[in-house]
Ligand binder design. Structure first.
Ligand code: FPP
Length: 248
């Protein structure tokens, strides 16, 4: 949510729900292993939860949902898992496109597309185009995304604009730099949720989460139902957000 960082008086927002929720969907592998199944089985179960959580967004007042599907570090996994995930992303887009369009979901992808398979990138482009007129829920899928990589790519483009004389160094600040990020069209997340009990942010939305609230929950992603989502959102509403100011 765009906010005035110069405010010094009452800026708490205790009663409203988060407009933008970002989720680090962790625990698919452990969920599968606990059932004696291969890790990809957990990723498939995780994809079903993605559908459920996207569908729940209008009911719980979440306008923007950003999910971490594949990080710049995830290439270090086995070739079988990486290939299986890429196939899952392709199938997800092919299977869900029509439903996402009908539900008023606008889909965007963030991350570096250069290393992704051309067929997948075409499907991503098509889904973005297909849903571009929607405004009910904004679903952003982070694919080959890393916060540090994003900032480095943004800085490269910014430096190019400076070299071309389109941007003066004196004008580089916290308002102009985010315009070069992959998320330039999105508000900052109000709440970042990580499932599976790990308390790390793993290179996710590093710049954008400066004032986000964090919720680390033990539930593994394939068990993250719309009901669990609702409980986490209720907890957020009880928080006192000050954005560095004091409550008066
Ligand atoms: C982390 O769990 C999860 C991932 C790296 C993949 C996330 C992908 C999905 C939820 C699949 C569906 C997504 C879309 C957009 C269709 P992990 O494998 O690291 O779990 P672990 O920590 O238990 O090993």
């Amino acid at each position: 949510m765009a906010r005035d960082k110069t405010k010094t008086s009452k800026v708490t927002e205790p009663t409203t729900g988060p407009e933008h929720v970002a989720i680090i969907m962790d625990g698919n592998g452990r969920w599968a292993q606990m059932r004696g199944r291969p890790r990809l089985f957990g990723h498939h179960a995780g994809a079903k939860r993605v559908r459920e959580i996207v569908e729940a967004c209008p009911d719980v007042g979440v306008k923007y949902l950003t999910i971490f599907a594949f990080s710049t570090e995830n290439w270090k996994r086995t070739q079988t898992e990486v290939a299986g995930l890429m196939k899952l992303f392709r199938r997800y887009i092919q299977r869900e496109a029509r439903d996402l369009l009908a539900r008023g979901v606008r889909v965007r992808f963030i991350g570096d597309r250069v290393r992704l398979d051309g067929k997948l990138v075409n499907l991503m482009d098509e889904l973005e185009l297909l849903t571009a007129g929607n405004d009910k829920v904004h679903l952003t899928i982070a694919l080959n995304y890393g916060g540090q990589d994003e900032i480095a790519r943004a800085t490269k483009r910014l430096a190019y604009d400076v070299a071309q004389g389109r941007l003066a160094p004196k004008d580089i600040n916290e308002e102009t730099l985010p315009k070069y990020l992959d998320t330039c069209l999105l508000p900052d997340p109000d709440l970042v949720i990580r499932t599976s009990g790990e308390a790390r942010i793993s290179n996710f939305l590093l710049w954008q989460s400066a004032y986000a609230e964090y919720e680390f929950i033990d539930t593994l992603w394939p068990d993250f139902t719309a009901e669990v989502f609702g409980r986490v959102l209720a907890g957020f509403k009880a928080r006192d957000r000050r954005f560095g100011a004091v409550t008066v």
